[in-house]
Write a protein that binds this ligand. Structure first.
Ligand code: PAF
Length: 281
């Protein structure tokens, strides 16, 4: 696997493949790769002749008091993991390559409406940063397909909407969340948890399962949300939200709707903010 940091080297590699008619799949990441990321690379590998991954801890998607500085940076391990998965090229740019005028002077994209709720409501500039960097990366790599994990479900919806609205020539695909044996969704942020917090963290997935079961039994979604929030609080979490939404657009479901739904939770445990979701119906 080739690792490149600058744009001319990236473009030269991709031009070489394109000149032979080869298709390109792309997996953007912030690094510190785990089995969840590896499953995205596998999916790209199965769909396209060439696979590009990026590792870039994007400053514009972190709020002022978030974990940008301490976000785990493990490039050597990431290179090994990507090589093992058969990735062809790793793009690992510097901040100045992605933001030549500085991160705070960048053109910024705002995807309306779907970003007003949930993560967008709790992290007001987060999705502007995500949309901006993903659009920049799409312009640089110009992939045929790009693959994102369903764990960041709202992010996936934001990117789908941006791609459609800007007519970007890329097919957005997603892959299911990978979980530890006890149900905790794999995430680079899990390593912030103490042993005691890690032992309690699977309650998030367990609560999502309960929410799905209660919808199946015909309970009203507002009552289910209250139950889920109370359950998380009792277990020592500080929930930002525990909600049931329409999977299609994350709007509130109609009373009695029990298909095409998703349960989503964001909750803090100590200093760590965890998110997870479950599609059902
Ligand atoms: O999901 C992530 O890792 C990031 O939000 C992404 C899509 C790579 C943009 O920085």
């Amino acid at each position: 696997m080739q690792t490149v940091q600058d744009v001319p080297a990236l473009r030269a590699a991709i031009r070489g493949w394109r000149s032979k008619g080869e298709t390109v799949g792309f997996v953007p990441t912030m690094g510190n790769l785990h089995a969840g990321h590896q499953s995205l690379i596998k999916l790209a590998r199965a769909r396209t002749e060439r696979v590009v991954a990026s590792v870039f801890v994007n400053p514009t998607q972190f709020g002022p008091n978030e974990d940008f500085e301490r976000y785990p940076r493990t490039l050597l391990q990431d290179q090994t993991a990507l090589t093992d998965e058969g990735c062809d090229l790793l793009f690992a740019p510097e901040v100045a390559t992605i933001y030549p005028f500085g991160a705070d002077q960048s053109v910024s994209l705002r995807v309306p409406q779907i970003t007003d709720t949930l993560e967008g409501a709790h992290r007001p500039t987060h999705f502007d940063g995500v949309a901006t960097v993903v659009c920049k990366l799409f312009n640089l790599v110009q992939p045929d397909i790009a693959i994102f994990g369903q764990k960041d479900f709202q992010q996936l919806k934001v990117i789908e909407r941006m791609v459609r609205d800007l007519s970007l020539p890329v097919k957005v695909m997603s892959a299911p969340t990978l979980r530890a044996d006890d149900g905790l969704a794999l995430s680079s942020r899990n390593q912030y948890l103490s042993a005691e917090e890690r032992a309690r963290a699977p309650l998030i997935h367990d609560t999502l399962n309960k929410m799905r079961d209660l919808v199946g039994k015909g309970h009203a979604w507002r009552a289910i949300e209250q139950m889920a929030t109370a359950r998380l609080l009792r277990a020592g979490f500080a929930p930002d939200y525990a909600v049931i939404r329409r999977a299609e657009d994350l709007a509130e479901p109609a009373d009695g709707q029990n298909d095409g739904l998703i349960a989503l939770i964001a909750a803090r445990m100590g200093n760590t903010r965890l998110i997870d979701n479950l599609l059902f119906g």
